[in-house]
Design a protein around this ligand. Structure first.
Ligand code: ZN
Length: 250
């Protein structure tokens, strides 16, 4: 009898844990971004955990409780997308609606300078990248070109919405499984979906603490690639995923 109760409790716990891993509640990080002076960068058109799309329309409630699972940058088709840190390509292909052509990268803590293994996904690419699974890319190098794949029809209309959707998962392990109908979902072991801006925080140690940072630490200052691909400031491990225009000569 006692064994039966113990088993029931264990089963209930593991079922709960699975639900949490698959679809934990996401919340806004409270972070915002400021770019280096002299650089004009595409602003975030829909931040992580936003209830609205780039056009201020309200998101569908059946995905992440209506909250945005990544950050969007509106981009012209064919804009180069850059590796956010030194990374390894772990998956790429064409997914379904609202996903399009995607590429997944994995960065180690040494790569990203954070305590986490970071699994990042760029969506809606215009074409399959020329990279292969297992290829390694340096921070700021081109991993694909932006597009509107997966967005044509329904809300976004016949031309779709050309943008980068970047999702980031943070976890303690390099292990992952590939899941989903299109093999398009990388599930990092115990990894959590959270704001891509977290990548650009200094001295990050745990995800919950981000929500209680003092206001003066809630603005992140990413390094950016300029017109010639040079990264400014130098020496950072993470880079903004799209290059910026230099307004003035330094
Ligand atoms: Zn998005």
């Amino acid at each position: 009898m006692r064994l039966a109760i113990l088993l029931a409790v264990m089963l209930a716990f593991s079922a709960h844990a699975q639900v949490e891993r698959r679809d934990h509640a996401i919340t806004a990080s409270g972070l915002s971004v400021a770019f280096p002076g002299g650089y004009a960068c595409e602003p975030i058109s829909s931040p992580f955990a936003s209830l609205t799309r780039y056009d201020n329309s309200v998101r569908r409630g059946d995905r992440n409780g209506g909250l945005h699972g990544g950050m969007d940058l509106s981009l012209e088709i064919g804009t180069p997308l850059l590796a956010i840190a030194d990374s390894e390509v772990i998956a790429l292909g064409e997914g379904g609606a609202l996903e399009g052509i995607y590429i997944w990268l994995r960065s180690t803590p040494i790569n990203s300078g954070s305590p986490f293994f970071v699994f990042s996904k760029c969506q809606h690419l215009s074409a399959l990248p020329t990279l292969k699974v297992g290829d390694r890319v340096k921070a700021g190098k081109v991993v694909g070109l932006s597009g509107a794949t997966g967005t044509v029809g329904k809300h976004y209309g016949p031309n779709g919405y050309a943008h980068l959707h970047l999702s980031t998962f943070y976890g303690p392990s390099d292990e992952y499984e590939i899941k989903g109908r299109y093999d398009s979902m990388v599930s990092g072991k115990d990894a959590r979906l959270d704001d891509p801006l977290i990548l650009y925080l200094d001295d990050l140690h745990d995800l919950p603490a981000i929500r209680s940072l003092p206001d003066e630490r809630k603005t992140v200052h990413p390094a950016v690639a300029g017109n010639d691909g040079r990264i400014y400031p130098e020496g950072r491990k993470t880079v903004w995923p799209v290059s910026c225009k230099e307004r003035t000569k330094r």
